[in-house]
Design a protein around this ligand. Structure first.
Ligand code: C2E
Ligand code: MG
Ligand code: MG
Length: 645
């Protein structure tokens, strides 16, 4: 029967008894009136309040009639039994509670434990005998710096309830998370005589909660802090710096050519590499530093407690050098390097967003400088970036504003001494800034993708011009157009060239495409197919800036090119530097061996020309004969029939 059903039955019994007592009283009164037999009065005032009240309702009995006495005794005993039953019920409830219960005696010295239930013994591993007489602080072991303990102390001092979650330790020393509710228990006089502590072991729930929080703040591949946590770490490092007046640094690290690893060895090895890099970075850093992963192959390091920018540099140099060792993945050694950009707090930026942004800019500079290096963010770098952004905006509008034009530089045959062609070179006459050289804006156009539209404009303009000269009755010459790597990658080049030739009606044999050696070598497999397609259309092809890249001779043989252009950096000192002379001679020999024509760029002096002639170079292009010039000037040159002296 439930405690509630029992209580209901007891109250019915009490009512019946009350009626019986009343009835008996009336009978006794009647017997007395009829027979004159005397009666006695008994008042039971002892035991406790419950007994007193119960007894009061049946205080009268007739001495001569024993059954009424029995009723009264029965009632009193019944009342005592039901009070005891209530106590037992509460005892049993406490004993069977799944929460640990611990009662302390506040009136005794040091608030000792006077009772613990079996759940307490189960959760803590301490038996009742172990803990009775001791203060509950034994559960905290040596972990006494928890802020929650201050909350408990304050609540006990103010004699009020409190609720905390804190680390406690079992008898075997293992930690568990305890959700603890402490309540004061007051005696009849209103003083706090005891405290009752209800403990729940919430380790599982807390671990789950912590895991969720960990997942929200950590990268799942490497286990490193992610962007969320990173900002917090940067802010902490900055706050520390403010206090101690030292340096903090945010370093943006990007692996060099990680894409190649992914492409050639597969994504699973790529993932292994990222994990290995994470571990290496963690082991290269000091405990107070942070390494986080933003995603892809981008990591951010937060370094604090540096006394000078030099000491930050020292640490970064160590990190760059740590990449000298290969990473062993799937039983193979993989070499990968990193480019790092660094922004210092407080001098380079004052908040985490700006520090990250500046560090990233510096990282790009490290990439530009040839990778496998670190670069510090500088004010000049910022100025360069601002200028670059402004230039980008202007370049976007340059085409529609008609600010771009082409100049044409004559190319001369060294056997006939006649002009056989020209190279189309772009010029940008910006409204406010004046003439801007291609070296300054072509890389920008490549980075932003603007080169695709610009390149198409150059092709169309050059083809239209060559056709116009021909239509004007001038000698038919080839016009060479520079094609950048990005144009090749975009895959629109082939159809675009075909369309332009069809539109302008220029003979494909009068168009030459100049591709740099690095473009050919970088993506040789794909480029060779495109080059063959151009060749099949009848277009000529030349390798620009030859000698500056890393041409493999076997590759060169497979490329359907017509001409090698000796880079002007070798021509410049060809008469004074034996190495340059050797390279120029080698290129000429190589070209001839492969049945290619060889043209020297940047020929400025008669001595250079003489050298080239001596070494059977086929053609030349340079200031000695003519600078790049506007179309009408070039037309006059062609019309004049001028030849190389
Ligand atoms: P490049 O294709 O190697 O062009 C030759 C560069 O050498 C041109 O510089 C030309 O003016 C310069 N040059 C020619 N002869 C001499 C000489 O005797 N002495 C000296 N010091 N320089 C000489 P420019 O016009 O400034 O072009 C620079 C680079 O910009 C070009 O190098 C080419 O890579 C790129 N470029 C120019 N126009 C275009 C274009 O329409 N598209 C693309 N993608 N790149 C272009
Ligand atoms: Mg060129
Ligand atoms: Mg060149």
């Amino acid at each position: 029967m439930s405690p509630y059903a029992k209580a209901g039955a007891a109250s019915i019994r009490t009512t019946i008894l009350r009626i019986a007592v009343l009835f008996t009283l009336l009978v006794a009164l009647w017997v007395f009136i009829q027979s004159g037999i005397p009666f006695a009065l008994v008042l039971d005032l002892k035991i406790d309040r419950v007994t007193w009240l119960q007894t009061l309702s049946g205080w009268l009995f007739v001495a001569s009639s024993g059954w009424l006495l029995y009723l009264l005794v029965h009632r009193t005993l019944n009342a005592i039994a039901s009070a005891e039953e209530g106590l037992k019920l509460r005892d049993r409830a406490i004993e069977s509670s799944v929460s640990a219960i611990c009662i302390t005696d506040n009136l005794a010295a040091d608030n000792p434990i006077v009772y613990v239930n079996p759940a307490f013994e189960r959760i803590t591993g301490y038996s009742s005998a172990d803990v009775l007489g001791r203060n509950p602080r034994l559960l905290q072991g040596t972990d006494v710096a928890q802020p929650e303990l201050l909350s408990i102390r304050a609540a006990l001092r103010d004699q009020r309830p409190c609720h905390v979650v804190l680390r406690n330790y079992r008898k075997d020393g293992s930690m568990y998370w305890n959700e603890l509710n402490i309540s004061p228990v007051r005696n009849d006089a209103g003083a706090v005589s005891h405290y009752i502590g209800v403990h729940s072991d919430i380790t599982d729930a807390k671990t789950h909660q912590d895991e969720l929080a960990r997942q929200a703040n950590h990268d799942s591949l490497t286990g490193l802090p992610n962007r969320n946590l990173l900002h917090d770490r940067i802010e902490r490092a900055c706050a520390r710096t403010q206090r101690f007046g030292d340096f903090a640094a945010v370093a943006f690290l990007d692996l060099d050519k990680f894409k190649d690893v992914n492409d050639s060895l597969g994504h699973s090895v790529g993932d292994q590499l990222l994990r290995a890099v994470a571990q290496r970075l963690e082991s290269s850093l000091r405990a107070m530093d942070t390494v986080a992963r933003l995603g892809g192959d981008e990591f951010v390091l937060v370094l604090s407690d540096h006394k000078s920018a030099q000491s930050v540099s020292g640490e970064l140099q160590r990190i760059v050098e740590s990449f000298a060792q290969p990473f062993t993945l799937d039983n193979q050694d993989v070499f990968v390097t990193a480019s790092i950009g660094v922004a210092l707090y407080p001098q380079d930026a004052r908040d985490s967003e700006a520090l990250m942004k500046n560090a990233e800019l510096a990282m790009y500079r490290a990439k530009e400088s040839g990778r496998n290096a670190y670069r510090l963010y500088t004010v000049e770098l910022q100025a360069r970036v601002t200028e670059r952004m402004a230039l980008e905006g202007m370049l976007r509008r340059a085409l529609e504003r008609g600010e771009l034009s082409l100049h044409y530089q004559p190319q001369v045959d060294l056997h006939s001494n006649c002009v056989f062609g020209c190279e189309a070179l772009i010029r940008w006459n910006q409204a406010d800034l004046g003439m801007i050289g291609p070296a300054k804006f072509i890389p920008l156009a490549e980075d932003t993708g603007l080169i695709v539209a610009i390149g198409e404009w150059v092709l169309r303009t050059a083809c239209l011009q060559a056709r116009a000269w021909q239509d004007a009755g001038l000698p038919a010459i080839t016009v060479a157009v520079n094609i950048s790597a990005r144009q090749f990658r975009e895959k629109q080049l082939l159809p675009s060239v075909a369309r332009i030739l069809a539109e302008t009606g220029l003979d494909p044999g009068q168009l030459e495409l100049e591709v740099t050696e690095s473009v050919i070598m970088h993506d040789a497999h794909n480029v060779v197919a495109d080059l063959q397609a151009f060749k099949d259309m009848g277009i000529k092809l030349s390798v620009d800036d030859f000698g500056t890249g890393y041409s493999s001779l076997s590759y060169l043989k497979r490329f359907p090119v017509d001409r090698l252009k000796i880079d002007q950096s070798f021509v410049r000192d060809v008469t004074s530097d034996a190495d340059d002379a050797g390279i120029a001679q080698a290129v000429i020999t190589l070209g001839h061996t492969l049945n290619l024509r060889v043209i020297a760029e940047g020929v400025e002096t008669p001595e250079q020309l003489a050298f080239l002639r001596r070494n059977q170079c086929d053609e030349m292009q340079g200031y000695l004969f003519g600078k790049p010039m506007p179309a009408d000037e070039f037309a006059r040159l062609l019309a004049s029939g001028r030849t190389l002296a």
